[in-house]
Design a protein around this ligand. Structure first.
Ligand code: PLP
Length: 398
């Protein structure tokens, strides 16, 4: 008989009762170190007192009123994002896929309003992940994810990642713009070359097309900058954000320059929940922490520390790992053995890591992770790797 919860996930048999910082406790008393952060989302870890208080205080006042009325919490959060980024205006929604839907609509509408409705096609990249709605699945372009869901939404062209010649070849009279992740998260923690991002900006300017950045996974401090494109010294025209922006509370956003944001006039786009007082209270509390002086520098330092340890472990266990890659606290280890084997060995040691495409073990701890958490995680990973390496050795000897 089917379970009451639909069977669309292969869930691990772990259920958590509470958390503190980077740690989670199961109902039966097991303590695990969370280096997945609910898929790069619990940016402030678990039970962060400032976030908990902001949510509790707001919930007791008013949670939801709808976008029929002014929402001061959303106005404040939008202003703070505008002040801290390239953007002039922000639209709030509830998830990454919804943010990308909004971004795609905005890009197409901007071209249409500029008198070029024939320019509706978006160039996306092999290995991308943009979400599970019909349009974001088409943008993702992964044949396996699209299978059985009917005609694919038209208007998305895929080219190899980090390949400027392929991008130039794909630009045609119907091209509206380009959508890129600064680090492909789900696709295998593959960073874009910084020069590639700068070249994408230049080619968009050259052809008068729109640069859209999907920073759902890389945004809000994950890579050591507020948004990862800052590493390349460029600005997109429009950008999606979600995951860490609510610290675990569902919140997404589309950030845009005025020229693009202004096309979303009343009646063009909307959401019932998006940017409600409760979600924006969470978003503001997250920003209080992330934008505090020195916080992002600490993310960068801790990311370097973890990366160095991962590179060392990859060298120690060449039968398990090929190498380490990533940016800030979004790191991956390319595995030689199936990545699920390493993940299971990590959980057995008490370390929760997640997987990504391209046979990668992904490590995305909360941004508030401590040095001692990192040291414990590295010790657990080393133990897990040595067990997997021993297994590989035994299998080879047989
Ligand atoms: N875009 C990127 C880069 C992502 O990593 C994800 C989720 O993993 C999404 C979009 C979709 O976000 P959501 O699952 O919140 O719809």
């Amino acid at each position: 008989m089917i379970s009451a919860l639909m069977p669309n996930y292969a869930r691990a048999d772990l259920a958590f009762e509470r958390g503190e910082g980077a740690w989670l406790w199961t109902g039966d008393g097991r303590r695990l170190l969370d280096f997945g952060s609910g898929i790069a989302t619990a940016s402030l870890g678990h039970g962060h007192p400032h976030l908990v208080k902001a949510i509790a205080d707001q919930a007791a006042k008013v949670m939801h009123t709808s976008n029929l009325y002014r929402i001061p919490q959303a106005e404040r959060l939008a202003q703070r994002l505008v002040d801290a980024t390239f953007a002039d205006s922000v639209f709030f929604c509830n998830s990454g896929a919804e943010a990308n839907e909004g971004m795609i609509k905005m890009m197409r509408r901007a071209m249409s309003d500029a008198g070029k409705p024939e320019k509706y096609r978006l160039i996306c990249f092999e290995g991308a992940f943009h979400g599970r709605t019909l349009a974001t699945l088409a943008a993702t372009g992964n044949a396996h994810y699209l299978e059985g869901f009917g005609p694919v939404v038209d208007g998305f062209d895929h080219v190899p990642f980090n390949n400027m010649n392929a991008v130039r070849d794909a630009i045609g009279p119907a091209t509206c713009g380009i959508i890129v992740e600064p680090v492909q998260g789900e696709g295998g923690v593959r960073p874009a070359d910084m020069q590639f991002l700068r070249d994408l900006r230049a080619v968009c300017d050259e052809y008068g097309i729109i640069l859209g950045m999907d920073e759902v996974q890389t945004g809000i401090g994950r890579t050591g900058k507020l948004y990862a494109h800052e590493w390349a010294g460029i600005t997109p025209d429009v950008m999606s954000s979600a995951k860490g922006i609510g610290g675990g509370f569902p919140l997404g956003a589309v950030l845009a320059k005025e020229q693009f944001a202004k096309v979303l006039v009343p009646g063009t786009h909307g959401t019932t929940y998006g940017g409600n007082p409760l979600a924006c209270a969470a978003g503001n509390a997250v920003l209080d922490i992330i934008l505090a002086p020195g916080f992002l520098e600490e993310v960068e330092r801790k990311g370097r520390k973890l990366m160095q340890a991962l590179e060392q472990i990859a060298k120690e266990f060449p039968t398990v790992f090929e190498g380490a890659r990533g940016l800030g606290l979004l790191l991956g280890m390319k595995c030689v053995v199936p990545q699920g084997k390493v993940q299971a060995a990590c959980v057995a040691e008490g370390l929760m890591a997640i997987t990504a495409g391209d046979n990668v073990l992904r490590l995305a701890p909360p941004l508030v992770v401590t040095d001692s958490d990192i040291e414990e995680a590295v010790a657990m990973l080393r133990k897990a790797a040595s067990k997997v390496a021993a297994e590989v050795g035994r299998a080879a000897a047989q």
